[in-house]
Design a protein around this ligand. Structure first.
Ligand code: SF4
Ligand code: SF4
Ligand code: SF4
Ligand code: FES
Length: 309
């Protein structure tokens, strides 16, 4: 494999030619902030929070989509980089509810993390803010449109499901927002509740509806488990509080591999001591069903003579 030499923040490194500057920085322990970028899923260079200064380049460059080059000299936290990131964060917060005190994403929110890292605060202003539109129609997914930063991760990951693409960008300009099918609620849309979108949302715009108000992120211990329903082996986290499992959630997909509904339900059944009866959408309504039906195990259980359990 062809390799290139470059210098990042004074550290010389040698990496494969097909890497990005963000990949190269990560490999030597330098954390460049990212909001829209998700390897293998969303590589659209939209949010610009990851900009870096490259010597001899005329403008700051988005490191998540910038290929490494021989002899490149990169600065990831120079004064101009820091000021650019602060301005991006100011603009995001200007269009965001000041709700970190009670938000269920607090402690795990990338916007909150970077605002703290770059010391950017909410500003009072009389201008337009995103309207609060909360969709709780899907029992598994809580959507708060006012917290969306339009990173596009959910759109990209939903589009990876064959013949699905429930989510997309609707409207234009400052009114741009994420829509489900043609401005439907999630319950009315063709969403299959796989949970991929909420596993990648960097802020509190998409959350597990069942977990709202149940725990704060800093109270949790996490244990990684692998789904063995198929050969992909998607990664999940058991969420424990004081030793008791309070939830099971999918980790953000690595290498572009997302999870499926069957995997999510199986892990819930296996580990979640408080797992509630699964809900499936039938004729447009969510109805309680047996685990065997939710997991499409009915044929197998019939053959084993244990159907109905
Ligand atoms: S989404 Fe993040 S920044 Fe927004 S209110 Fe919640 S914790 Fe705060
Ligand atoms: S839960 Fe799955 S199908 Fe529904 S919107 Fe999210 S990614 Fe798309
Ligand atoms: S809902 Fe979340 S993942 Fe989707 S665009 Fe908004 S912030 Fe990004
Ligand atoms: S993380 Fe690079 S542009 Fe968004």
């Amino acid at each position: 494999m062809e390799m290139v030499n470059l210098t990042i923040d004074g550290i010389h490194t040698r990496v494969p030619k097909n890497w990005t500057v963000m990949d190269a920085a990560k490999a030597i322990g330098i954390d460049i902030p990212a909001l829209c970028y998700l390897k293998g899923v969303n590589e659209i260079g939209a949010c610009r929070i990851c900009v870096v200064e490259v010597e001899k380049a005329r403008t700051l460059q988005a490191s998540c989509v910038l290929p490494v080059a021989e002899g490149m000299v990169v600065h990831t936290e120079s004064p101009s980089v820091v000021e650019a990131r602060r301005e991006i964060l100011r603009l995001l917060l200007d269009n965001h509810p000041n709700d970190c005190l009670t938000c269920d994403k607090a402690g795990e929110c990338k916007l909150q993390e970077y605002a703290y890292r770059y010391d950017v605060k909410f500003r009072e202003h009389d201008g337009w803010r995103r309207e609060r539109h909360i969709d709780t129609t899907n029992p598994y997914i809580y959507r708060d449109d006012s917290k969306c930063i339009l990173c596009g991760r959910c759109v990209s990951i939903c589009a990876q499901i064959n013949e699905r693409s429930v989510l997309s960008f609707g409207d234009r300009g400052y009114r741009t927002h994420i829509i489900a099918d043609n401005e439907r609620t999630l319950a009315d849309s063709t969403c299959v509740s796989c949970g991929r979108c909420l596993s990648v949302c960097p802020v509190g715009a998409l959350l597990d509806n069942r977990a709202i108000g149940k725990y704060r992120s800093w109270e949790l211990e996490k244990e990684e488990v692998i789904c063995n329903r198929c050969e992909y082996g998607c990664e999940f986290e058991l969420l424990k509080r004081e030793g008791k499992i309070v939830g099971v959630r999918a980790k953000s997909p690595s290498n572009g591999r997302p999870l499926c509904l069957k995997g999510r339900l199986t892990l819930d059944l296996l580990y979640n001591e408080t797992a509630s009866t699964p809900l499936l959408k039938k004729d447009g309504e969510y109805v309680e069903v047996a685990w065997a039906e939710a997991l499409e195990l009915e044929d197998l259980l019939q053959k084993l003579g244990v159907a109905g359990k």
